[in-house]
Design a protein around this ligand. Structure first.
Ligand code: GBH
Length: 461
């Protein structure tokens, strides 16, 4: 048996735009994802945020489902356009009331809520003024964060400012595969800075409202970067991608500023650092209490001709060729590699210098079938889950300070540019009938939670 620490936090995660549906209900304003999904060619099959899982209307039965699985925690995000339909000023009471009800029903079932303030659904009105390219958006975000925290902070003990600002910046404004679909490397770096600033300002605002609590965080997506050989050139390729993927946002949050090698590697694009003003780096480094780690897969790289610019999201990357994934892939084509997860957690735990980590997302997409007896035997997803939970255990035994594991995702949902084509849920959702079916992976997680651990070998938990 591999046993986890006694207070290890187990749960599952979702995000507002991916599950709520009801995009025009109760005064919600449009977000950049409504606009993007409504633009032909941006999201697979023309899928949109409606109906998603209709969670906005079905939250109570979804909370009952979480309880039946034995989840101790649930990570959700608050939709900014439900709270401030135009991104600033007017506050929509019906939006706040929804999250109020959700939090109360979680607490009633003894499920700890972890609230994320931003999971990519920027109010469209703010995008019309430049979105994350505009410094002003950071100040608007801090105001919005304070409004939500003021309302829910008496009951929600764990807060995340931003989910994966790397994705917002580099997929939203860099390679443009996410909303708002801008393709401009300099803009993506400027957006990254404004997102970090937003995080720092919001952290200060929340801390001012609740000075004695220890509950503020940011969630970052990380990847383990592996080179194709032990050559110096290959190590250099790893360093570059690690900089532009992992360290570019983590280092400023830890108070180390932007990594010098990243500044050098991106300088040929132009001077994006002119958006950095006096005091910004101190604001960004406002202390936080924990860091959320989202991990899915490793990234393989190899050296290339010095002037070669690979297609992809990493702003400024040159002289590196991104390599195809190896071994068994998920239905999404991502490499499944649990060793990469252990390596990442051990390394991060060292880098963050005493700040506890929580795995806030980890999961895999595969096609599923509900069989004639109403079961979903998602063998591949279950294996991924078991392997990666074991990877967390291994990291802890190697000294990493990891406080929890939340599966992505509770429900099959709107998988961004892939629409409803990729199923990450541990619970199956029929998007026609909204019927939920517990998959084998959910039953497995449920047993892991029940035993606070799992056997060291095999896939029968
Ligand atoms: C998470 O992001 C999200 O937080 C969540 O909403 C989402 O549903 C879940 O993962 C599954 O996708 O280099 O352009 O080929 C995932 C982080 C980082 C994964 C970038 C895909 C490759 C994009 N993503 N990565 S690209």
């Amino acid at each position: 048996m591999l046993t986890f620490p006694p207070d290890f936090l187990w749960g599952a995660a979702t995000a507002a735009f991916q599950i709520e549906g009801a995009t025009t209900v109760d005064g919600r304003g449009p977000s950049i994802w409504d606009t993007f999904a409504g633009t032909p060619g941006k999201v697979l099959a023309g899928d949109t945020g409606d109906p998603a899982c209709d969670h906005y209307h079905r939250y109570q039965s979804d909370v009952d489902l979480m309880k039946s699985l034995g989840l101790a925690s649930y990570r959700f995000s608050v939709a900014w356009p439900r709270i401030q339909p135009s991104g600033s000023g007017q506050v929509e009471e019906r939006g706040l009331a929804f999250y109020d009800r959700l939090v109360d029903s979680l607490l009633e079932k003894d499920i700890q809520p972890l609230a994320t303030l931003y999971h990519w659904d920027l109010p469209q009105v703010l995008e019309d003024f430049g979105g994350w390219r505009n410094r002003d958006t950071a100040y608007r975000f801090a105001e919005y964060a304070a409004i939500v925290h003021e309302r829910l902070g008496d009951r929600v003990q764990a807060w995340t400012t931003l989910n994966e600002p790397w994705v917002s910046a580099f997929l939203g404004y860099g390679n443009g595969i996410h909303a708002p679909g801008v393709t401009d490397a300099v803009a993506s770096l400027e957006a990254a800075h404004h997102l970090l600033l937003a995080h720092g300002l919001a952290t200060q605002a929340l801390r001012a409202q609740a000075p004695d609590t220890h509950r503020l965080s940011i969630v970052l997506n990380f990847s383990t970067i592996w080179g194709d050989s032990d050559s110096e050139a290959s190590k250099e390729a790893v360093r570059k991608v690690d900089g532009l993927q992992n360290r570019i946002l983590l280092d400023p949050i830890l108070g180390k500023g932007y990594p010098l090698d990243v500044l050098q590697d991106t300088s040929w694009l132009g001077d994006w650092t002119n958006v950095v003003r006096d005091g910004d780096m101190e604001t960004i480094a406002t202390p936080i209490d924990w860091i959320g780690v989202n991990y899915y897969n490793p990234t393989r790289v190899a050296p290339a001709d010095p002037g070669f610019v690979p297609a992809g999201p990493h702003a400024g990357l040159r002289g590196v060729a991104l390599q195809p994934p190896q071994g068994e892939l998920t239905g999404f084509g991502w490499e499944q590699n649990a060793d990469a997860f252990t390596e990442l957690l051990v390394r991060l735990s060292r880098d963050v210098d005493g700040i506890p980590l929580v795995v806030t997302e980890n999961g895999s997409a595969f096609p599923d079938v509900v069989d004639a007896s109403g079961h979903v035997h998602d063998v591949a997803r279950t294996k991924y889950l078991v392997d990666h939970v074991r990877a967390v255990h291994r990291a802890i035994s190697e000294g990493a300070d990891i406080r929890g594991y939340l599966a992505w995702s509770l429900l099959d949902n709107f998988e961004w540019a892939a629409g409803y084509s990729q199923r990450f849920g541990i619970v199956h959702v029929d998007f026609e009938t909204q019927r939920r079916t517990v998959k084998e992976s959910a039953a497995t997680l449920s047993r892991i939670i029940g035993q606070n651990g799992l056997p060291a070998h095999g896939y029968t938990v």
